[in-house]
Design a protein around this ligand. Structure first.
Ligand SMILES: Cc1cc2nc3c(=O)[nH]c(=O)nc-3n(C[C@H](O)[C@H](O)[C@H](O)COP(=O)(O)OP(=O)(O)OC[C@H]3O[C@@H](n4cnc5c(N)ncnc54)[C@H](O)[C@@H]3O)c2cc1C
Length: 379
């Protein structure tokens, strides 16, 4: 395992660990480690619409469960848990090891990578299978000739940590706010352990460019917005505002070939509506691990064999990603957002339905059906 950073390391993120990640952690027997460590259980989502209506949607199905259905955990903490577990499971780890490119055989198949260890001279590391898990600016994907993602499938995100933000839901709901100034993106405020909060904004890069949005001043503007000002009255920002890219799963990249696989952001798997990428990175990483083991057993590292890894991940994620892409486009319709959030703030039935949609893809499908909106409008 080669990583250019040294753990524990930060990763610019909203730090919200959704139910999908919780499922993978449970499957791998790691959930207890995360729950025990520095994390805050979250039991719902609060949405607010452009007109200021607020709908608090509990994950009702899990209200009595012993473990929260989602968490907020600093990536410095969360990633380090997974990193340590990998080491304990026997992975040979090189930290401070900067991969600068892939190495190919004469026939074009991948043979390994070039890596500079601790600032030293680049050396070649050979491997029958290279798994590119190197994030949004993946060197492995670039060297495989994957095109730079277009602005329609890429999001820009900023995050800052605060302490002293008030007014959170007692069950630590994460908050997603659609404010005129932030649409077609959203402003988030996520409660964290120790009275801190992760505050940020994400917007499709095409919209940032078209509207010439400056995200950092916009973040300051939102913190100072009449809707949030009071909650930030005694809050203090800790550290700088930091930005990073989000490659969206509205256009996933090829995930397997002769001697290689891609996972997570390197494969462009972030949910195009919510901006969640940890869950999909974990699903793909988990499946890639299984397929790497199968490949070693079968001594097959060719595209024909590994392509089933890609099919397996896409079978799991394809519908969800398509749906989220449609919802991303619906998110441009301010009045629709407003109407749904306003009605959900007043109707327990609708709030319940939306709550089911977090968990149930079939229910979520209703969100792109005109009939759903007709019913909402009539309600
Ligand atoms: C502002 C922002 C907010 C977000 N909020 C959320 C959220 O709240 N919830 C959520 O689920 N998702 C969120 N995401 C998305 C989420 O952060 C990513 O989808 C997730 O981190 C992807 O995991 P990954 O392992 O694929 O990549 P990463 O987490 O980026 O890990 C890549 C690793 O590769 C290493 N690496 C990179 N290049 C090299 C190289 N050349 N050589 C060696 N090592 C290298 C890095 O050091 C790093 O350790 C957010 C993203 C942003 C930008």
């Amino acid at each position: 395992m080669l990583d250019k950073d040294t753990f524990p390391r930060d990763k610019i993120c909203g730090d919200a660990i959704s139910g999908k990640s919780v499922d993978v952690l449970r499957e791998l027997g790691l959930l207890d480690l995360v729950v025990r460590d520095e994390s805050l259980g979250s039991w719902g989502v609060t949405f607010s619409g452009p007109s200021g209506d607020v709908a608090a949607i509990p994950f009702s199905k899990f209200m009595d469960a012993p473990v929260a259905p989602g968490f907020v955990s600093r990536r410095e903490v969360f990633d380090d848990i997974l990193f340590r577990v990998a080491g304990e499971a026997g992975a040979e780890i090189w930290q401070n090891a900067d991969v600068s490119g892939i190495v190919r055989r004469e026939d074009g198949t991948v043979e390994g990578v070039t890596v500079a260890r601790e600032g030293g001279e680049p050396q070649i590391v050979k491997a029958p299978l290279v798994v590119g898990a190197d994030g949004a600016y993946s060197v492995v994907a670039r060297d495989l000739g994957m095109e730079q993602l277009s602005e329609k499938h890429y999001c820009a995100g900023l995050r800052a940590y605060y302490e002293g933000v008030t007014g959170f839901h007692p069950k630590n709901f994460i908050e997603i706010h659609f404010v005129d100034e932030s649409i077609p993106g959203y402003f988030w405020i996520f409660p964290m352990p120790n009275g801190r909060a992760n505050v940020g904004i994400g917007m499709l890069s095409a919209a940032v460019k078209k509207r010439k949005v400056k995200l950092k001043p916009l973040l300051d503007q939102l913190v100072d917005h009449p809707r949030f000002k009071e909650r930030f009255a005694n809050a203090k920002r800790i550290g700088p505002v930091k930005g990073w890219g989000l490659p969206l799963g509205s256009k996933p990249r090829p995930m397997a070939g002769d001697g290689w696989m891609l996972v997570g952001d390197a494969a462009s798997l972030i949910d195009p509506f919510t901006g969640e990428g940890i869950g999909n990175a974990m699903v793909s990483g988990w499946r890639a691990g299984e397929w790497a083991a199968r490949a070693i057993e079968a001594n097959r590292f060719d595209k024909a064999f590994l392509t089933d890894y890609e099919s397996e991940v896409l079978d799991r994620l394809r519908n969800e990603l398509r749906l989220s892409h449609m919802m991303q486009r619906l998110g441009n319709w301010k009045w629709l957002l407003d109407t749904v959030i306003r009605k959900a703030s007043r109707s327990e039935e609708l709030a319940d339905l939306i709550s089911c949609m977090f968990d149930d893809l079939d229910e979520r499908r209703r969100l792109v059906s005109p009939l759903f909106y007709l019913r909402v409008l009539k309600a």
